[in-house]
Design a protein around this ligand. Sequence first.
Ligand code: AMP
Ligand code: MG
Length: 343
Amino acid sequence: MKNAICKKWFLVLLISLPFFTNCASYPSAYVNESSAEIYAMNTLISLTVWGQDGKEAILDCENFIYQIEDKFSTTREDSELYQLSQAEGSQWVDLSLAVAEVLEYSLRLAEQTQGNFDPTIYPLVKAWGFTQDSHRVPSQAEIDSLLPLVDSSQVELDMENLRAMLPTGMELDFGAVAKGYVADELTDFLRDQGFNTAMISLGGNIYAMGKKTDGSLWNIGIQNPYGGGAIVSVQVEDKAVVTSGGYQRYFTDNGETYWHIIDPSTGYPAKTGLASVSIISDSAKYGDCLSTALFVMGLEDSIAFWREYQDFEAVFVTENEEIFITSNLAHAVASGYEATVIY
Ligand code: AMP
Ligand code: MG
């Protein structure tokens, strides 16, 4: 760990920070700008495109989001994911292409992250009351009884016939990947429609498509988990910037804080000394899965993971309010805070 980090830099505030926290600075030329804000997938979503016929494209995007929400909801009894989770155990259930693709991707990422991201986490998420905001601390006996149900290696997926089979009691949760999936699908769609510039924010998880219309890079602020605006900003084009943090959803009980990111190996909220993990990547669903997985892994294992894969960049904020950034980001980052660069 010590030699993992070769240099400590003070990243001076190189540029003034014309962004809002977990938001982006918009192009100065508001040419043919179309935007919408909707509440869906339990979060505030904002969509902005620049170009001809943006309004129609935005409407198509909104419809797509509502369709995905209908399919992926864990609480609506008519959603496809709910039906799959509640189906009699060990029976094949037919899937739509969207659910099958996200499940296939999630199983792959569960393997890649050695189960730190696991889409079968839902029984535990439910036990902690994070689905209906009815928070509670489950007993150790309850957690022990649910842990065997969290094991994505037991999911059977048949992509040829678009169907899946879960053991009895296993339930799925796409909460850590769905926003990324939607961002990727929307940007693919917008590119196909001929748009070069768009800004998509799903509850602060950002996809910055292309460059700003004035040709400059997007300036994305990463929120300080302890409040007070952005802690770091990254300059990007065609990138997702996705953050997982304990501060995003939590409750306190008897002076203890419990948050919504669960360690699949213990059944408890993941406490590894990290306050937030932000991933900067080409694919938003990759960033979404990884931000959750690395939050569970902790800093040391995350650094090893980054070194092995080298296909994303990351910003870590610890509970001691220290900032760590991967080296390829150093040139793109501005911060008024001291940050340690990871090589
Ligand atoms: P995110 O905000 O992307 O980190 O996703 C957190 C959400 O994903 C939670 O609200 C849960 O619904 C679900 N979740 C929690 N822990 C995990 C985990 N270890 N793997 C996969 N999904 C998780
Ligand atoms: Mg995630």
